[in-house]
Write a protein that binds this ligand. Sequence first.
Ligand code: ADP
Ligand code: MG
Length: 451
Amino acid sequence: MLQPALSAEQTWSKCLSVIKENVADQTYGTWFEHTKGDHIEDRTLTVRIPNNFAYDWLDGHYRDLVHEAVMQVLGDNYRVIYSIIPPPADEPPKLDAKPAPPRPANDPLSALNPHYLFQNFVEGGSNQFAKAASQAVGEAPGKTSFNPLLVYGGVGLGKTHLIQAIGNYSLERAIVRRVLYVSSERFTNDFISAIQNNKTTEFSSNYRNVDVLMVDDVQFFTTKERTQEEFFHTFNTLYQKGKQIILTSDRPPKEITGIEERLLSRFQWGLVVDIQRPDLETRIAILQKKAEENGIQLPGEVVQLIAHHVTNNIRELEGCLIRLLAFASVHKLDISVALAKHVLKDIFVHKHHNLTVEEIQQEVCAYYKVPNDMMRAKTRKKEVVLARQIAMYLTKKLTKHSLKTIGLHFGGRDHTTVIHALESIENLVIADTQIKSDLEVLKSKLDVSAV
Ligand code: ADP
Ligand code: MG
């Protein structure tokens, strides 16, 4: 069999150049930079990678790309396999020289919630990358390029759960000894009381002698100058010692105002990942998981109903389930769609309030194939007038806006025009079955059909 002229290392380097052109720099740096061609044998190229987790990620997400690159470099008869070889031991030691027993994961000093684990963090498109990165950090805190790791995203999307899972994971496996989790408020309050009690030295040593420091919701550092100053030094000390820093925020660091530039820039030194709102499949999976944890069998339609209506917050999703379970058990009722609709009525009403006039206008325009700006235009063309009146009607029904406000959203029309529109549509609904069914479809598109 013909062996290629290049060594495995050179071959893989060539593949890497191809890969590099096809992925974002960040992706390349994260997943490919630390890989190395090891040997070629039997039409198989073996590539060294640093850990199991890199394997999952490369194999799960970049298999086609890698295949493509190898094909370009070697022809299509070669395959790639990965060999996991941890980074060499000449890197800084993880633990201090002083021997001390590792702490159990639920150590009160770490302030970690023992239930926040990777195992019960349901993965979906919205959080996959954040979870993967967190697992990598959990396996080797302070030793990956993800330092600091900053996870950002809206309220109730799992930031706290995820970062605490890192702490629990690395404590459980004794990868590190000292993990400290604090909210940024707690950090601030501790600092203030340290100043008042003349204990700033103690404060500093407390926060600077850990292997992993997690600060949750850093956006609350806004405007607290002395706290920011203190945190800046804490950050630098830990970073220089190769300790892991993990942060969360409710928005991307670029959008945080009131935090000093030098601190903001440090927040972005490592890896910044976001968690987005979960998609429907993930919401369903989360509900099923939580039901399972509670030892409850939830009918599929109930899962669907809740997952369809609670769309932007996992805490709320959980809250609905708990309310439903509590109600059913107190009243000794079976969990059914009817019961769910009864117990959770407010989530359906709530949905109306969240709809914006723009959303309604967009949906109506798309449905009647009318350009969006026609909602505000003066045109009296028949189909435009109908679409506009339907949108006004739905806005009145599905939002809490006054007639006057509605008029303003429709090109500054007078409230009497809005009244006229409502009356016309109400008459049409009775007389014209087509309009009636149009409205049904539109309502279901706006996801309020269950009401
Ligand atoms: P955040 O810190 O982003 O506001 P939390 O981490 O407090 O959100 O999450 C809110 C709740 O939702 C927690 O009870 C958490 O366990 C749960 N949760 C969030 N994301 C997930 C997930 N992907 N899988 C399972 N539970 C989750
Ligand atoms: Mg949180």
